[in-house]
Design a protein around this ligand. Structure first.
Ligand SMILES: Cc1cc2nc3c(=O)[nH]c(=O)nc-3n(C[C@H](O)[C@H](O)[C@H](O)COP(=O)(O)O)c2cc1C
Length: 457
């Protein structure tokens, strides 16, 4: 199964890897460069991070074509979020069990006891108000106390000391339930934080999978080949054998800190940080520390969007019965911030009529899978059939030209949204009497007329 080094090499071979040899400060300087690399669609390797013993790499899984590279597909061009969604669903339906190995590169070097020093890692502090340096690509492996299955998620982790971390755990995370159950039973919680893991495992960790399934096996399903795992040094669990680093952590439920950090929507958020002690750090020889640009970064949002993959098919099914006038829909993290909560575009069949207010309210009140739609969708835009639902430009055109009066903007202030204000819908559908006046400009037959065919050699 491709590991992180395979992906970095594939990006390099495609001419998309920047190498920064000059020393960079992990506090603000590294994130500033990482953000610019993402904007240029480049991956980036920081060979010399000030104060750290290891190189850092980032801006890797920033788009569906990069997901394809990470999956080892020979042709990544044209690979879409829908292709990736289908691959994730297929992997959940057909997991491949992880394989235990004894020869594990992640154990090339073992630091234990006094030798444990998180200061050696090139951990960035991203934004002005962050609580401190954050691991952003740490895949956390923990045991579900109900069924003993190993659960995997990505959790951002604040470095609070030489051998101490605070693991950020959000309200919808399965890990939060395990922590509560362990605390109630008087047990510590063991969690392995693996950094620089196989791309398939990063993708599986970002997805919501049923509790009876381990994301370790979903990673196998994504690749068609078992993920290699090895016994941890001090924890009662296995860890990914190809990881660049593994931190073995024990949380004793005695201390918490507020972890303030950059969120998907380009604003700060605060999650509860569960303090844990790092008993052991193991790493590969010449390890590469994977760091994901926090906030509205491309890698953060591309991986983050995986959790919403089940929204579109679930809504399609629900709407096909309740509102057959809806012909198509698309959920996305909308530009420019690309943040959660996202936007939902609903297309109406040509010639059909619908109450947009009723439609939007019903959709906001729906629950699809684990999601209350009003929690994950901020704005619904309703489109006529002549607007390309996959074109952000078309959608902006429709909003700018067909939703110019107050009654096209609907606000829903009474939804069950603790702490957040309201949700909105924009109705860009055109009334019959306005249709001619608000037509789009069309050149008849233009799709078949190609400029290249008219250029002389
Ligand atoms: C880059 C990235 C960072 C994330 N950071 C956090 C985090 O700090 N805390 C959290 O609870 N979830 C975070 N998530 C979301 C979880 O990884 C995701 O919800 C996962 O399914 C949680 O797994 P669990 O429900 O099995 O615990 C992050 C996701 C991504 C892609």
């Amino acid at each position: 199964m491709p590991d992180l080094r395979y992906l970095v090499k594939a990006i390099d071979d495609a001419g998309e890897l920047l190498r920064i040899k000059r020393p960079v400060d992990p506090r603000f300087e590294l994130p500033a460069l990482l953000k610019q690399a993402e904007a240029r669609r480049k991956g980036v390797l920081f060979e010399d991070v000030k104060g750290a013993a290891f190189a850092a790499v980032g801006a890797l899984l920033t788009s569906p074509p990069r997901f394809a590279m990470g999956l080892g597909l020979t042709d990544s061009t044209g690979y879409s979020a829908h292709d990736h969604r289908d691959a994730v669903f297929a992997a959940i339906a057909n997991p491949v069990q992880a394989a235990l190995v004894t020869q594990a590169p992640c154990k090339d070097v073992v630091m234990q006891g006094e030798a444990v020093d998180l200061g050696l890692l090139p951990v960035p502090t991203f934004f002005a108000e962050d609580s401190g340096p954050f691991l952003t690509a740490a895949v956390g492996i923990s045991r579900n106390p109900d069924n003993n299955i190993l659960n995997v998620g990505i959790y951002r982790v604040l470095i609070t000391g030489k051998n101490q971390v605070a693991v950020s755990v959000g309200p919808s995370s399965d890990l939060l339930q395990f922590l509560a159950a362990d605390k109630a039973a008087g047990r510590t919680t063991q969690i392995a934080l693996a950094i620089g893991v196989n791309p398939e495992l990063l993708m599986a960790a970002s997805a919501k999978v049923p509790p009876e399934l381990s994301e370790l096996d979903v990673a196998g399903g994504l690749s068609g080949e078992s993920l290699k795992v090895t016994q941890a040094e001090t924890l009662d669990m296995v860890v990914p054998a190809d990881a660049e680093f593994v931190l073995e952590v024990e949380i004793d439920h005695q201390q918490y800190v507020p972890n303030t950090m950059g969120e998907f929507g380009d604003l700060y958020g605060t999650q509860n940080g569960h303090i844990g002690t790092v008993r052991v750090i193991t790493h590969r020889r010449d390890p590469m520390f994977h760091t994901i640009m926090a906030g509205a970064g491309r890698e953060h949002n591309s991986l983050g969007f995986i959790i919403l993959y089940d929204i579109e098919p679930g809504l399609k099914q629900a709407l096909s019965k309740a509102f057959p006038q809806v012909s198509d829909l698309r959920a996305c993290f909308a530009p420019p911030t690309m943040g959660m909560p996202g936007e939902l575009y609903l297309q109406i069949k040509q010639g059909s009529t619908i109450s947009v207010s009723e439609l939007a309210r019903r959709v906001f009140e729906m629950r699809v899978g684990r999601w209350d739609i009003c929690r994950v969708i901020r704005k619904i835009v309703v489109l006529d059939a002549d607007i390309d639902i996959n074109s952000n430009n078309d959608i902006t055109w429709a909003i700018n030209n067909r939703a110019l009066t107050a009654n096209h903007h609907l606000f829903f202030e009474d939804l069950p949204l603790p702490g957040v204000g309201m949700r909105m819908a924009i109705d860009t559908t055109v009334a019959a009497e306005d249709r001619e006046r608000l037509q789009r400009l069309v050149i008849p037959g233009s799709e078949a007329i190609k400029l290249e065919d008219y250029l002389d050699d």
